[in-house]
Design a protein around this ligand. Structure first.
Ligand code: HEM
Length: 320
């Protein structure tokens, strides 16, 4: 597939991350992308529902201490790591990352960082779910610190409104367009009942259910998510096509059927609403794919460690 020049420029020339480079491993691990892709094909063909979780892992990594694979580190005696913070308890896919990393260690020992592995896996997850592709500049190094408190403080909450979400995204050098575009990742995956149950029961003193949620859809969700304490039940975030990366998320949001308050919030701001409504027409799928690629490149550049910073972990769940 032809990669547009604008994406190549965006991936390769971001001044903040000048040390990331598309050919970073060309001498030390020339087959890195093929190895990741090959494993990802096996992983996704065995479990297509893992595409969403692997994309989300990269997002949760980048928003806390930058894309440094800190989300993959296990807690240790005396330190509760990011992965054990409340918003991260529903993350999945850690085993798949270790599996890909093990393949890379066998081919090119001590060379490819877990942060790069995660970035490539997220890109390939989208591609294999029939979404767009984009070039990934490499050379991220792995962090040595992982804090549950930081994860709880910095990840956007499901109840976020536009001012809060905009502020959190801006703190990561992402703008309102990135917010509405990256929210489109909710075309993939499933959510646990507690992530949206507050919209269905005792929402406020005036309303039992969130009035910004389509009432028929709320009724349907209540049959799956029986109470705010129902922790096990999963709902598809983009019903009917939750394993396919497409634009139906925006059609759901436009019909007031976004699952989280953060999704519904996209209709409350003129700029994000205009974007949702435009993509929801189904006439601009290529625009969304290009925008998503651009925003993913920006997200993959957040706070990266390069050069002699950090380390190349041998195993992603533990520092060397
Ligand atoms: C705008 C702020 C965002 C909020 C408030 C948010 C919130 C959430 C929540 C609450 C869940 C459900 C967790 C569960 O109950 O299991 C979820 C799932 C998910 N999110 Fe987001 N998210 C946001 C942005 C993003 C971004 C930027 C991406 C990726 C680029 C992303 C990708 C995903 C995916 C793929 C899933 C499904 C995971 C699975 O199937 O296990 N989200 N998100």
């Amino acid at each position: 597939m032809m990669i547009p020049l604008t994406l190549l420029l965006l991936a390769g020339c971001s001044s903040a991350v000048a040390q990331l480079d598309i050919g970073y491993y060309s001498k030390t691990c020339p087959n890195v992308e093929a190895i990741v892709r090959d494993e990802m094909e096996k992983i996704i063909s065995a479990a297509p529902s893992l595409a969403g979780p692997l994309l989300r892992l990269h997002f949760h990594d980048c928003f806390v201490r930058g894309c440094d694979a800190s989300v993959l580190l296990n807690s240790t005696k005396g330190n509760l790591a990011e992965m054990d913070a409340d918003p991260n308890k529903s993350l999945r896919g850690f085993g798949s990352v270790e599996r890909v990393k093990a393949k890379l260690e066998a081919a090119c020992p001590n060379t490819v960082s877990c942060a790069d592995v995660l970035t490539l896996m997220a890109r390939d997850a989208v591609v294999l779910a029939k979404g767009p592709t984009w070039p990934v500049a490499l050379g991220r190094r792995d962090g040595k610190v992982s804090s549950a408190t930081e994860a709880a403080d910095e990840l956007p909450p499901a109840y976020g409104d536009i001012p809060l979400l905009t502020k959190i995204f801006a703190s990561k050098n992402l703008d309102v367009k990135d917010l509405v575009v990256l929210s489109g990742a909710h075309t993939l995956g499933t959510a646990h009942c507690p992530s949206y149950a507050d919209r269905l029961y005792n929402f406020s003193s005036a309303y039992n259910a969130d009035p910004s949620l389509d009432s028929e859809y709320a009724e349907k969700l209540r049959t799956r998510c029986k109470s705010v304490d129902d922790k096990a039940m999963l709902s598809e975030m983009d019903p009917g096509s939750y394993k396919t990366f497409d634009t139906s998320y925006y059609r759901n949001v436009a019909k007031r059927r976004g699952l989280f308050q953060s999704d519904a919030a996209l209709l409350t701001d003129a700029k994000t609403r205009e974007y949702v409504q435009r993509i929801a027409t189904g006439k601009f799928d290529d625009v969304f794919f290009k925008d998503f690629s651009e925003s993913m490149i920006k997200m993959g550049n957040i706070g990266v460690l390069t050069g002699a910073e950090g380390e190349i972990r041998k195993k992603c769940y533990i520092v060397n």
